[in-house]
Design a protein around this ligand. Structure first.
Ligand code: 13P
Length: 248
């Protein structure tokens, strides 16, 4: 049995005080012990959010990290720094980072490996553009992203990796993939893991869907066999919506 995981990606939203307010609004309303809830806060809020989450089962995530422990990388944050705060998860390779900050499959791979080394669970994002989907290339694109990102990742570590399938055309657009399309791609990714590793890894890895997930779409999505969770942007900023997503 895979533990469902609902993660909120706040992106570049929420000051420290706004972050604490949001946590206070959601933390006593998480009902379902059978779902892992994660909030991925901006760097500046991580420390305070960690404190605000004390005594809850909600996990803390970052949205990005560098692959080195320290060094001359002005403006970057290292996995060791995140670990010191007590971060459990880190989003790696979000399409917005690939698109606006030139993240490549190679840097995504380095980050995935480093996160695992530091005991931070990577939420590895993959997904195709609208043009790629219209050209029927979505599986080819996603396969390449998954295999590159997991290069030299050991089988024993795969249970700590979460993959988020986020079709770019569905992010922040209100256009969501149908639950069948989401499930088909999650199944396709699961088979890639099965082929690369083994049956146990295939059954163990958790795969989320992300892209305009809202309270009215979560139930149908989570009923699908290969969808183990959701990575949520916009709706995770609204306490009531995020609570109902976690308690789907
Ligand atoms: P939205 O839920 O706002 O579409 O964002 C999805 C996303 O990018 C989560 O990482």
């Amino acid at each position: 049995m895979r533990l469902p995981i609902i993660a909120g990606n706040w992106k570049m939203n929420n000051s420290i005080s706004e972050s604490i307010k949001l946590i206070e609004e959601i933390k006593n309303h998480v009902l379902d012990k059978g779902v892992e809830a994660v909030v991925c806060a901006p760097y500046t809020s991580l420390n305070e959010v960690k404190k605000a989450l004390e005594g809850t089962d909600i996990r803390l995530g970052a949205q990005n990290m560098h692959w080195e422990e320290s060094g001359a990388y002005t403006g970057e944050i290292s996995p060791a720094m995140l670990k010191e705060i007590g971060v459990d998860y880190c989003i790696v390779g979000h399409s917005e980072r690939r698109q606006y900050f030139n993240e490549s499959d190679d840097t995504v791979n380095r980050k995935v490996r480093t996160a695992l080394k530091y005991g931070i669970k990577p939420i590895l994002c993959v997904g195709e553009t609208l043009e790629e989907r219209e050209a029927g290339e979505e599986e080819k694109v996603v396969k390449k992203q998954v295999l590159k990102a997991l290069e030299d990742v050991k089988k024993d570590d795969i249970a700590d990796v979460v993959i988020a399938y986020e079709p770019i055309w569905a992010i922040g657009t209100g256009k969501t993939a149908s639950s069948d399309d989401a499930n088909n791609m999650c199944n396709f990714i699961r088979n890639i893991i099965g082929n690369k590793y083994d049956e146990a890894a295939k059954e163990r890895i958790r795969i989320q869907y992300g892209g305009s997930v809202k309270p009215n779409t979560i139930k149908e999505l989570m009923a699908k066999e290969d969808v183990d969770g959701a990575l949520v942007g916009g709706a995770s900023l609204i306490a009531e919506d995020f609570v109902s997503l976690i308690n789907y």
